[in-house]
Design a protein around this ligand. Structure first.
Ligand SMILES: [Zn+2]
Length: 457
């Protein structure tokens, strides 16, 4: 037995382990929460690990269930403290763990205070520390008035900075105009940081027709594709000028894909995410008054959804993340103009995406790349995002051919409003593992053992 073997405390075996080289039968050896080795399926198991398991090592054979790298969700609004009745760290991280997510990065707005100074970051960290069932990191916020706070937030470990180009929906988090975007981006590029942007152009939004009421078509008309397209065009220009790293949040308008692809070919440092609701739901199927489907930018037509899938398939879109943004049910009125905009899907993103992906001929390797590897790379989380030696032993064990019907009562979200209610989805999360510890087993959730993460790159 080698020294490596002696330290191994967990041996996880499956006929289908999703590795960077593809899905294959493998035995994953874990030592002190880190993947020590990804070994062949038969040989080490038969000859060494079973006949002579390292002292204290535990064998977990999950059969034909698929072992995925734990998902990394870089777009979650936890809202704690301040609006914890919308969602808190306890409920959000339990929901995430139940959905196979082992790392989330919290958005800087909708909590009070927002994460826009180092003092506010400390407050957030203190609240999260006691409640985190999975690993939690934080984005900072770039506001019109906090350019001088950005470097200290960066040094304090935020993973980057979120900015809006149009009103955010909460008054304590105002948007940047073009000049303010330029100043913030210059500052962030100066220390090698990352700006992540809600890209809808305020002038295009103001020019769009605004009707109140329960009709989804009226809401959709009020958030046109041109608002996204124009904002992304401006953002590309600014990123190019400062040679800055910029990330487009929750892309909905597929019209912007050629623009994004061209900018990337030109060397602009641009990455893009989209969300499960844009890839699985369509405007045509939203019932009148069903504001559980409201988000900004909005869910668009079926043809747009197909085009987003092509963007994922050809690599123009990097990540699929939840944009989990709940509120209390009373704010989800039947008027699309005034209801809170945000879709809850922390617990359902993996089965929602897998259901549609398998229908379109994609593999779980693709899903792992979109929902774990790419978001981990976006945030510079080098210990996350893949099943390979040296990374954290974070896993989601999935029964990909099992299905279930979404019952809001089974969700761990604080408010069980969901656009997915009643849908039949493929992919049941059997267990979730965080640094070698099983934190979810057939629906039962262990006590919190998540850590607070800081940017290390
Ligand atoms: Zn968001």
């Amino acid at each position: 037995m080698t020294d490596l073997d002696r330290n191994v405390d967990l041996v996880l075996r499956s006929t289908r382990v999703v590795t960077p080289e593809g899905t294959r039968p493998a035995t994953v050896a874990v030592a002190a929460g880190t993947i020590a080795a990804v070994l062949p399926y038969e040989r080490p198991y038969e000859r060494e690990y079973v006949s002579g398991l390292p002292p204290g090592a535990r064998l977990e054979d999950v059969g034909d269930d698929v072992v995925l790298p734990g998902l990394v969700d870089t777009h979650v609004h936890v809202n704690d403290p301040g609006r914890a009745e919308w969602e808190g760290f306890w409920t959000a991280t339990r929901a995430a763990a139940s959905g196979g997510i082992t790392t989330l990065i919290d958005m800087p707005l909708n909590s009070l205070p927002p994460t826009t100074t180092t003092a506010h970051l400390r407050t957030k960290r203190e609240v999260a520390a006691r409640k985190a069932h999975i690993d939690v990191g934080f984005w900072g916020g770039a506001l019109p008035g906090n350019v001088r706070d950005l470097k200290s937030l960066h040094d304090a470990g935020v993973f980057g900075f979120k900015a809006f180009l149009s009103p955010s929906g909460v008054e304590e988090f105002p948007e940047l105009d073009a000049a303010q975007l330029d100043r913030s981006l210059a500052e962030i590029a100066g220390f090698g940081g990352l700006l992540i942007v809600h890209a809808e152009d305020p002038h295009e939004l103001a020019a769009a027709p605004h009707r109140t009421g329960a009709k989804y078509a009226d809401f959709l008309a009020s958030r046109p594709r041109d608002a996204e397209n124009a904002a992304i065009e401006g953002l590309i220009t600014a990123a190019r000028r400062h040679h800055a790293r910029v990330h487009v949040l929750h892309l909905s308008s597929a019209d912007a894909l050629p623009l994004i692809a061209a900018a990337r070919r030109d060397g602009v440092r641009l990455t893009v995410e989209t969300c499960p609701h844009f890839l699985t739901l369509t405007a045509e199927e939203v019932p009148d008054g069903a504001t559980e489907f409201k988000c900004c930018p909005p869910i668009r037509e079926a043809a747009n959804k197909d085009a987003l899938w092509r963007g994922l398939a050809d690599g123009t879109i990097d990540c699929v993340v939840s944009d989990h943004s709940p509120s209390t049910t009373d704010l989800k009125t039947s008027d699309f103009a005034t209801a809170w905009g945000g879709i809850s899907s922390l617990q359902l993103g993996l089965p929602a995406i897998w259901t549609e992906a398998r229908r379109r001929g994609h593999s779980l390797d693709d899903v792992a790349r979109w929902m774990s590897t790419a978001p981990a790379a976006l945030a510079g989380l080098h210990s996350k995002g893949a099943i390979e030696a040296g990374r954290d032993a974070d896993f989601a064990v999935l029964a990909p051919d099992d299905s279930f019907t979404v019952d809001p009562a089974a969700l761990q979200h604080r408010n069980r409003v969901t656009a997915y209610a009643g849908r039949t989805l493929y992919g049941v999360v059997r267990s979730t593992w965080l640094r070698g510890r099983r934190i979810v087993a057939d629906g039962a959730i262990a006590e919190p053992s998540g850590r607070l993460l800081e940017r290390t790159n």
